[in-house]
Design a protein around this ligand. Structure first.
Ligand SMILES: [Zn+2]
Ligand SMILES: [Zn+2]
Length: 188
């Protein structure tokens, strides 16, 4: 069936990008294959409720477009984050994670043992959903909330309590406190 070649070209760009290219254009970013691959990887992760490290983003992007260097992935992540298309979260003591769920001020639950990270809707509404009692003259625009604990799978595995989570200060002492009664019992 004959068709307009210009129309086909436009359709091809959209088909190859299915959304990410449009999002890049809307954000004022130049559309490149690398940026499309990185953003598309994060959109897939979002649909699977996943948060990806830079290394995971690189692996996913390479499965779409071969030959993307690690530095190029970092550059893409910086540009996408600056443009507000991608959000970077940095749970203390863990690698930064990236996600395409942006603009809704959601918070995160992070497992101390395995690092599993999951979204939780903001319970207070728009940012900053929490305000300090004393702001010291700051104009506060965001409250970053991370709920730390153990995911359902880790909480159901008693042996995992001894694993060092490598999380923020407070994680190890808490694990030790949890272990103390059991150790005391086994000595008797
Ligand atoms: Zn876990
Ligand atoms: Zn998230």
């Amino acid at each position: 069936m004959p068709s307009d070649p210009h129309a086909d070209a436009r359709v091809d760009v959209e088909d190859a990008a299915t959304g990410p290219a449009s999002a890049l254009r809307a954000a004022g970013l130049r559309v490149t294959g690398q940026r499309v691959a990185v953003l598309a990887s994060l959109v897939d992760a979002r649909d699977a409720a996943q948060h990806l490290s830079a290394a995971q983003v690189a692996a996913a992007a390479r499965s779409r477009t071969e030959g993307i260097s690690t530095q190029a992935v970092y550059d893409c992540l910086d540009a996408l984050t600056d443009a507000g298309l991608v959000r970077r979260i940095e749970p203390a003591g863990r690698p930064a994670l990236f996600e395409a769920r942006v603009g809704d001020n959601h918070h995160h639950l992070v497992c101390r043992d395995c690092g599993y990270t999951v979204d939780v809707d903001c319970t207070h509404g728009a940012a900053p959903c929490l305000t300090p009692d004393v702001d010291h003259g700051f104009v506060v625009d965001e409250a970053e909330v991370v709920f730390w604990g153990r995911c359902a799978a880790c909480a159901a595995t008693p042996s995992s309590t001894g694993r060092s989570p490598g999380g923020p200060a407070g994680a190890a002492p808490r694990a030790r406190r949890q272990l103390a009664p059991a150790q005391a019992r086994t000595r008797h």
